[in-house]
Ligand binder design. Structure first.
Ligand SMILES: [Zn+2]
Ligand SMILES: [Zn+2]
Length: 264
């Protein structure tokens, strides 16, 4: 295969749910291979206190956020510096941005612009946790996606995972809404191979291509066995009728900001 994918989405030990992956391991692989990838740890798990790394997923998310803001800011800045210091080859520095139920992002002001890749995810929804009616759940989903777009999200990752994992039906209407929002707000949609929902991915890919919305490729690596494996993405693109020759025109690629600046 000739096309060189760019994996927009990988995790390191800075994410609480990461398994055997480490920043040092990525740096080694970036030095020894030509793989293009971005390190994108969960912003909430870097920002929240080390003994409350899952605090964002609780009903106390806002309270903990308020309490730890100065330290959270420092932890994010140190994280970005650590990944920059480890950067080798075609490795990029990013985040998987979390958004609070009130629409604020779990990230310090003024730091997102220094990253190469800004992913956004809907990771925690009070309406889902409290088993609210479906229309409230879908409204909260749309609110969080729009909040992430307001803050400059470049790629919405695993768009429907949280809903589908909770058995919330995701129909054509919600997929069309997401694609329309992506087209209007200028973000890409991710094909994610960490937990796969092939039928929904296929519907999303077809609608995105139709609307001219770029598709991002992410492994969402939590363990080394996932890293560099694009077989699921190839399968979805192929099933959607997109031959390899069309990929440069439909797949999103990051524009590394720091490097552009360095190159003048
Ligand atoms: Zn995620
Ligand atoms: Zn992820």
């Amino acid at each position: 295969m000739g096309y060189q994918f760019c994996d927009c989405h990988t995790h390191s030990e800075f994410s609480a749910c990461a398994e055997d992956v480490t920043l040092a391991g990525y740096a080694e692989r970036a030095r020894d291979t030509s793989l293009h990838f971005a390190i994108t740890d969960h912003s909430a798990q870097v920002f929240y206190p080390p003994d409350q790394r899952w605090g964002f997923w609780s009903d106390d998310a806002v309270e903990i956020f308020e309490r730890c803001r100065p330290q959270g800011r420092r932890r994010i800045i140190e994280y970005v510096a650590a990944v920059r210091a480890a950067q080798r080859g075609n490795m990029l520095v990013g985040t998987e941005l979390d958004v609070l139920p009130d629409g604020r992002i779990v990230f310090p002001e003024g730091v997102l612009g220094s990253l190469d890749v800004v992913l956004g995810a809907v990771h925690a929804m009070p309406t889902l946790r409290h088993e609210r009616p479906l229309d409230e759940i879908r409204a909260e989903f749309r609110f969080q996606v729009e909040a992430l777009a307001d803050h400059g999200m470049e790629v919405l990752v695993h768009p429907y995972r949280l809903l589908l994992a909770a058995d919330v039906p995701v129909g054509a209407e919600l997929i069309e809404w997401t694609v329309r929002c992506a087209a209007e707000r200028g973000f890409a949609l991710e094909i994610n191979s960490h937990k796969t929902y092939a039928e929904h991915d296929l519907a999303m890919v077809r609608a995105a291509v139709e609307a001219g919305v770029p598709l991002a490729v992410g492994t969402d690596t939590h363990r080394w066995s996932e890293f560099g494996d694009f077989s699921y993405h190839v399968e979805i693109l192929t099933r959607a009728g997109l031959p390899e020759t069309s990929w440069p025109g439909v797949l999103w690629r990051p524009r590394p900001r720091a490097r552009e600046a360095a190159a003048g």
